[in-house]
Design a protein around this ligand. Structure first.
Ligand code: NAD
Ligand code: DAU
Length: 348
């Protein structure tokens, strides 16, 4: 059984990845997570505990990371830990620079001292910037990030690649499109809309709602990440996505349709709660990536259609209303006010 150090394994994608690994029986997972507002041990309920060691801590804590690598001698590291929400990076970029750049630099320095066979850094299609009117980005496309979040992720990618060239570290990078599925924090589009609709609140679409995104069901991303970890070529970057595009408005309308079918409210009444609100500053109109490299080199393809994935997701949120209520109590309300009531008021 191989040991993996997974960072950020209590967040959305990280917890789905840890669940996949623990279920396979082939992996032991050491999970380093700071438990920020987005991290929650409850996200790992039901996993086989003897295959999982949780360590509460910060990836930017050099002595802790050194100690873990020395003690556990993991075969590989998969770094999910990050501040992940674009809107929060617009309100305050400081934690993004600290975790997403300084944290990654700390991990890389520790790996120089305590080598591993693979260092897989989880990045994003947002590093390529706005692709409106352009060909989809491949892995060699320039990095032109728009938000402080995306800039911090691009900086981390470049740092990782520099440690590959300078010190020969076994770096792999995945850049995926927008994920959705169970355990996503309800600040992101899909769970926010489901929560608001369930609570009889308005459905706040930024600007005209015609921004295009490629939605990837989280299980498909986790399978791709594992495949890249096992079969990717060190030094390489892999885009992950479905190569399909939908406008935000279409996505919100689909949520209304599915909620109506499952839970009974009238679909037209739900759609009337869709409201255009002040746009996200610097909002990218379109993300688009080519996944040809992953499909040919790693033989991966998505398996969950958007309709199936969205329906599973809506059902999960309906069945987990307590989880939604717990993670959105407290700090979430203040955050929600800043964006949706004060219309980015605290970003000035
Ligand atoms: P998330 O916000 O749900 O979870 C982040 C996790 O990292 C949380 O458990 C949090 O407690 C932990 N964390 C934050 N700072 C930390 C620190 N300093 N030390 C240790 N742990 C820390 O994020 P997510 O949506 O699951 O995203 C995971 C990764 O995937 C991120 O790197 C993100 O940039 C990337 N990504 C996300 C998406 C998406 O659609 N969600 C798409 C592409 C890439
Ligand atoms: O593309 C990958 C990225 O996807 C990841 O790197 C990020 O970590 C992840 O958060 C996500 O970023 P986005 O900004 O694309 O996701 P978000 O769910 O915040 O928004 C999706 C789209 O919906 C975006 O165009 C903004 C819009 N939106 C979002 C919210 C929260 C709205 O119109 N209204 C909203 O209330």
């Amino acid at each position: 059984m191989k040991t993996l150090l997974v960072t950020g394994g209590c967040g959305f994608i990280g917890s789905n990845f840890v669940r996949l690994l623990c279920a396979s029986g082939a992996w032991r997972v050491v999970n380093l997570d700071k438990l920020t507002y987005a991290g929650n041990l409850e996200n790992l309920s039901g996993i086989v505990q003897e295959h999982h060691r949780f360590v509460k801590g910060d990836i930017a804590d050099r002595s802790l990371v050194d100690r873990l690598l020395e003690e556990e001698k993991p075969w590989a590291i998969v770094n999910f830990a990050a501040e992940s929400h674009v809107d929060r990076s617009i309100l305050d970029s400081s934690p993004f620079l600290q975790t997403n750049i300084a944290g990654v630099q700390t991990l890389l320095e520790s790996v120089r001292r305590y080598p591993v066979d693979r260092f897989l850094h989880i990045s994003t299609d947002e590093v390529y910037g706005d692709k409106v009117g352009q060909e989809p980005a491949d892995e060699k496309s320039p990095l032109i990030p728009s938000s402080p979040y995306a800039a911090s992720k691009a900086a981390a990618d470049l740092l990782c690649l520099s440690y590959r060239r300078t010190y020969g570290l076994p770096i792999l990078i995945t850049r995926s499109s927008n994920n959705y599925g169970p355990y996503q924090f309800p600040e992101k589009l899909i769970p926010l809309m489901i929560r608001n609709a369930m609570s009889g609140m308005k459905l706040p679409v930024y600007g005209d709602g015609m921004q295009m995104r490629d939605w990837l069901y989280v299980d498909d991303n986790c399978r791709a990440i594992l495949a890249v970890l096992e079969n990717g070529t060190p030094g390489s970057v892999y885009n992950i996505g479905t190569e399909t595009e939908r406008s935000n408005l279409e996505v919100v309308q689909s949520i209304c349709q599915i909620l109506s079918e499952i839970a009974g409210p009238d679909v037209e009444t739900l759609k009337h709660t869709i409201e255009s609100v002040v746009d996200r500053p610097g909002h990218d109109r379109r993300y688009a990536i080519s996944t040809a490299k992953l499909r040919t080199e790693i033989d991966w393809a998505p398996t969950v259609s958007f309709d199936t994935g969205l329906s599973k997701t809506v059902r999960w949120y309906l069945q987990n209303e307590d989880w939604v209520a717990r993670v959105t109590s407290g700090e979430y309300r203040k955050y929600y006010e800043s964006v949706y009531v004060q219309a980015w008021g605290q970003s000035a």
